[in-house]
Design a protein. Structure first.
Length: 385
C-alpha cells in the first residue's frame, strides 16, 4: 500500500483542494467522514476493512478523496464486484457512499470526485460502473450525464418489496400526524391480510427445507451453479460467498431446499445488527436462473422464512431475483405503490460503461446492458453498498 507522501493520482485545484486516490494514512479521516456525514461509521474499522481492504477483487483500495490542508473533506468510495454477463466474468465497480463534509459542500467536490473515478478507470479494468443512488445522489449524477456516459447506460428505480408485519415501525417519530394515522389504520387490517396470504399463497415444492446458521459457502456456490443465467449478476462462487457474507453489520441465516438429497434452491436472510426497526432482508435467492419450478421452490422457502421471522417488524426483498408474483403471494408489497411509496426511501439502479473509448450502444458479451431485463440483482449486490 502506498504511503501518504506518494499521493497517487493527485490532482490539485485552484481553491486548495486536492483530489487524489486513497492511501493507507487516510483510513481514520475517511472513517471520521462517515461519522460526520452519515451519523455513524457504518460499523467502524472492522466493516471498513471487510468492505475495502480485504476485498479480493482489486489490489488497491478504490477510494478517491478530496483533501484540504491535510484533512480528508470528501470521499468517493467504490467497491470491486465480479459480475457474470452472458456466462463471462466482468469486473464491475460499485459506487457507494459519496461523502462531502458539510463545511465544504457546494464547491463542486462531488463532481470532481466522480470525474476522478471515471478518468482513472476509463483506460483499465473494471469495465462496468454500478450504483444504487438515492434521490440526492441521482440528481448529482444527472448533472454529469455526458461526462459519465449515462445516456449509454441505465438509470431506473430499483424495486424493493416489504411484508409489513408491524406498520408502526414504518413511521419515524418525526413524521406527520397524517402518516401516523395511516399507519394505525394499516395496522388494523394487516394481520388478517397476511394470514389470508399465508393460507392461500404458498406453492409447495417437493423436498425438505433445512436451515443453517450463517452462510455455508460451498453449499451456496453449489446451488448457484445449478442453473446458470446469462443475465448480468454477481458471480456467486465460493470465494465471493465467503467474502460477501462476512459483512460484520449483518447476521445471516441460510435456508436450503433439498430434493432427493440434492440442494436445488436457497434463500439467505440477513438481519442488520443493533438498529431499529427489526428488518429481515431476503439477501439472496439461488439459483438466479430458472423458470416455474424455481419459482415454486423459492415460494416454499419463502413460506418457511415468513414463519420463522413472524416477530420481525418488516421483511424486505429487492431487485428481480424473486418474481414479483411470488413475493406478492407471501404478502410483500412494492414500495413503488401507495402507501409504501410515502413511507420508504427510493433507491435507483445506475449502470454504465466505464471506458475512454466512444460507446454508441452498450453491448457486453452479446447482452444489451442498457436494457433493465439484462440484469438480475438483489440485496446481494445492493447490501454491499
Amino acid at each position: 500500500m502506498a504511503d501518504r507522501a506518494t499521493r497517487p493520482g493527485s490532482r490539485s485545484t485552484d481553491d486548495a483542494y486536492t483530489i487524489r486516490r486513497y492511501v493507507s494514512g487516510d483510513r481514520d479521516g475517511v472513517l471520521s467522514l462517515y461519522e460526520t456525514v452519515f451519523g455513524d461509521s457504518r460499523g467502524g474499522g472492522e466493516w471498513f476493512d471487510w468492505k475495502f481492504v480485504d476485498n479480493p477483487y482489486h489490489p488497491d483500495v478504490p477510494i478517491f478523496v478530496a483533501e484540504r490542508d491535510g484533512e480528508v473533506v470528501g470521499a468517493r468510495p467504490s467497491l470491486p464486484l465480479p459480475l457474470s454477463v452472458g456466462g463471462e466474468r466482468e469486473l464491475a465497480l460499485v459506487q457507494v457512499d459519496p461523502m462531502v463534509h458539510p463545511d465544504h459542500r457546494r464547491r463542486g467536490l462531488f463532481t470532481r470526485l466522480a470525474a476522478a473515478v471515471y478518468d482513472h478507470y476509463g483506460p483499465r479494468e473494471p469495465s462496468v460502473v454500478v450504483g444504487f443512488p438515492n434521490e440526492a445522489v441521482k440528481g448529482g449524477l444527472e448533472k454529469l450525464t455526458e461526462e459519465l456516459s449515462l445516456d449509454e447506460g441505465i438509470l431506473e428505480r430499483f424495486p424493493e418489496y416489504y411484508r409489513v408485519q408491524n406498520p408502526a415501525a414504518l413511521v419515524d417519530a418525526a413524521e406527520t400526524d397524517l402518516l401516523k394515522r395511516l399507519a394505525t389504520r394499516l395496522g388494523a387490517g394487516v394481520e388478517g391480510y397476511l394470514a389470508a396470504r399465508d393460507r392461500l399463497g404458498n406453492a409447495t415444492a417437493e423436498g425438505r427445507v433445512e436451515r443453517y446458521a450463517g452462510t455455508p459457502a460451498a453449499l451456496l456456490a453449489e446451488v448457484a451453479a445449478h442453473r446458470p443465467t446469462p443475465h448480468a449478476t454477481a458471480v456467486r462462487n465460493r470465494q465471493f460467498v465467503e467474502w460477501r457474507f462476512r459483512n460484520p453489520r449483518y447476521s445471516y441465516a441460510t435456508y436450503v431446499l433439498r430434493r432427493s438429497g440434492v440442494p436445488v434452491a436457497a434463500l439467505v436472510v440477513g438481519e442488520q445488527r443493533d438498529v431499529g426497526p427489526d428488518v429481515a432482508h431476503v439477501s439472496d435467492a439461488l439459483p438466479v436462473g430458472g423458470g416455474r419450478r424455481r419459482s415454486d421452490r423459492l415460494s416454499t422457502l419463502l413460506g418457511r422464512v415468513v414463519s420463522d421471522y413472524a416477530d420481525a417488524d418488516l421483511l424486505a426483498a429487492a431487485g428481480r431475483t424473486i418474481p414479483r408474483s411470488v413475493l406478492a403471494s407471501h404478502g410483500f408489497v412494492g414500495n413503488d405503490r401507495f402507501p409504501l411509496s410515502r413511507f420508504t426511501a427510493t433507491y435507483w439502479f445506475s449502470a454504465r460503461p466505464i471506458t475512454d473509448r466512444g460507446v454508441d450502444e452498450w453491448v457486453l458479451n452479446g447482452h444489451h446492458l442498457a436494457d433493465s431485463d439484462a440484469w438480475r440483482l438483489s440485496f446481494c449486490e445492493l447490501e454491499v453498498g
